[in-house]
Design a protein around this ligand. Structure first.
Ligand code: F6P
Length: 324
């Protein structure tokens, strides 16, 4: 391998820039070339390539988003699109790819590897932490901190007005962000897709909180929650069933995806970039880099894509006890 390509694909996450920096500098360290591919698979198809050296990635470890930009490419789902991408890689003499993204991006990488035998390694970049084979995805820790800070601010105004707030957080089909920030910000109730305990329970818990002397409450709702009601409908449901509450809804949205990466995500990104490039140099392909018990590991891409992550059930109990 004498030249590695790197791209970011799917939803961006804090730490992607730090991971690109690490890939580029690890290539420089091993004296091989590195090329950045802009706009994910779309740029791969359109030949949007730029040679990168160690100095091209200065002052980006601290920046949110991805300077290579990201995209969700429909063309890459077609055989013609992938064929074009392959020709571009041959033309630029790229021997292997590092794909920084989520499970959709890894599925694309796997198909590409199967069709052309092209070496690929994935780095999990998503705030959702929903990828099997790593305890933490890039950007998850930063998103947790962003959400906790936002909920703290909401609590200030909630308690000033004796209000009940429903706060919707991201996570797609997973409740990791909701569960951890709910505990971290002391939410009275947390609704996550993995554990649908029914709406009665929420009413009871709110009543209990009020009876115990609480004058304001926060319910954290994962966007993928399976109660059958969205966050606005949940607010209406409580209004109808427990009259007297002054209720507000706050959907945190894309602020959760931006901002400077936390120290944890910067270190993780640096470690993942080194592991990805060095694994390719050792001849490994079709794996995802991950972390467990503070050790870097590789998981076959198909397992990473198909496997399910599990929520930490202990946190549910901790949350119950904390809201006594
Ligand atoms: O996967 C990251 C994520 O931010 C999810 O939490 C969310 O459901 C989705 O992406 C939002 O996607 P978009 O940026 O396309 O609106």
């Amino acid at each position: 391998i004498s030249k590695i390509g790197v791209l970011t694909s799917g939803g961006d996450s804090p730490g992607m820039n730090a991971a690109i920096r690490s890939v580029v500098r690890t290539c420089a360290f091993h004296k091989i070339d590195c090329v950045g591919i802009y706009r994910g698979y779309q740029g791969l198809i359109e030949g949007d390539f730029k040679e990168l050296n160690a100095r091209s990635v200065k002052n980006i470890i601290n920046r949110g988003g991805t300077f290579l930009k990201s995209a969700r490419s429909d063309d890459f789902r077609t055989k013609e699109g992938r064929e074009k991408a392959y020709q571009n890689l041959l033309e630029h003499e790229v021997d292997a790819l590092v794909i920084i993204g989520g499970d959709g991006s890894f599925t694309g990488g796997m198909i590409f590897n199967e069709e052309f035998g092209f070496p690929v390694i994935g780095i999990p970049g998503t705030i959702d932490n929903d990828i099997f084979g790593t305890k933490s995805t890039l950007g998850y820790d930063t998103a947790l901190n962003t959400v906790v800070e936002a909920i703290d601010r909401i609590r200030d105004t909630a308690s000033s007005h004796n209000r009940l707030f429903f706060v919707e957080v991201m996570g797609r089909d997973a409740g990791h962000i909701a569960l951890n920030t709910g505990v971290g910000a002391g939410a009275e109730e947390i609704l996550i897709p993995e554990e649908n305990l029914g709406l009665e329970r929420m009413l009871e818990s709110l009543e209990r909180s009020e009876a115990s002397g609480k004058t304001s409450s926060i319910v954290v709702v994962a966007e993928g929650d399976k109660s059958g009601k969205n966050v606005f409908e949940l607010a209406e449901y409580v209004e109808e069933n427990l009259p007297g509450y002054d209720i507000r809804v706050s959907v945190l949205g894309h602020i959760q995806r931006g901002g400077a990466p936390s120290c944890y995500d910067r270190v993780l990104a640096s470690r993942m970039g080194v592991k990805a490039v060095e694994s390719l140099l050792e001849g490994k392909s079709n794996y995802m880099v991950g972390i467990n018990n503070d050790e870097m590991l590789l998981t076959p891409l198909d397992k990473a894509v198909k496997g399910k992550t599990e929520i930490n059930k202990e946190l549910l109990r901790v949350s119950d006890i904390m809201t006594t």
